[in-house]
Design a protein. Structure first.
Length: 162
């Protein structure tokens, strides 16, 4: 890459010096204008040479590959972001349920599973380790929109919850 740029700059300088030298040695008049015009064209061709050296098909293919790669990275970022938000919703909702249970003087531990729909993370199901409470079950259904079919209650053996 750097060699190509160095060669390009060298050719620009060489053509510029050659054009200046020829114009200086050419007598005034039509011949000098023709030499100046020809030198200008040579310099223009030298400037445009890197552009003409690239093949359009290769550039399109490279851009297409880059676009595909960026799309995959973006999709992975979106999935990871959704999963992170789901984890936050799960933790915050479990804390909310535990706080509500404490208000009701219940000893239980809540675990929440969330899902993302249309870019919005929502609690999907709840597993509660503790004695069943109709009041808490109704509250989970009303406040968190988790129907009783997706509420799982596990009553601990021996009465103590870890």
């Amino acid at each position: 890459m750097m060699d190509g740029i160095r060669q390009w700059l060298f050719s620009l300088v060489a053509v510029s010096l050659l054009t200046a030298l020829i114009q200086t040695l050419t007598p005034k008049g039509t011949m000098r204008r023709i030499c100046g015009f020809t030198g200008g064209l040579a310099l223009l061709l030298c400037v445009l040479r890197p552009i003409s050296g690239t093949r359009l098909e290769e550039s399109v293919a490279a851009f297409s590959a880059y676009e595909t790669q960026q799309r995959a990275v973006t999709e992975e970022y979106v999935r990871e972001n959704e999963r992170t938000i789901e984890r936050i919703i799960e933790e915050e909702t479990a804390t909310y349920i535990s706080d509500k249970a404490r208000e009701l003087r219940l000893d239980c531990v809540a675990e929440v599973t969330a899902y993302t729909s249309d870019g919005v993370a929502l609690p999907y199901s709840v597993t509660i380790t503790g004695a069943y409470s109709e009041v808490l079950a109704r509250h989970i259904e009303a406040a968190l929109f988790v129907p009783r079919e997706r509420q799982r209650w596990i009553e601990p053996q021996g009465g103590a919850i870890k």
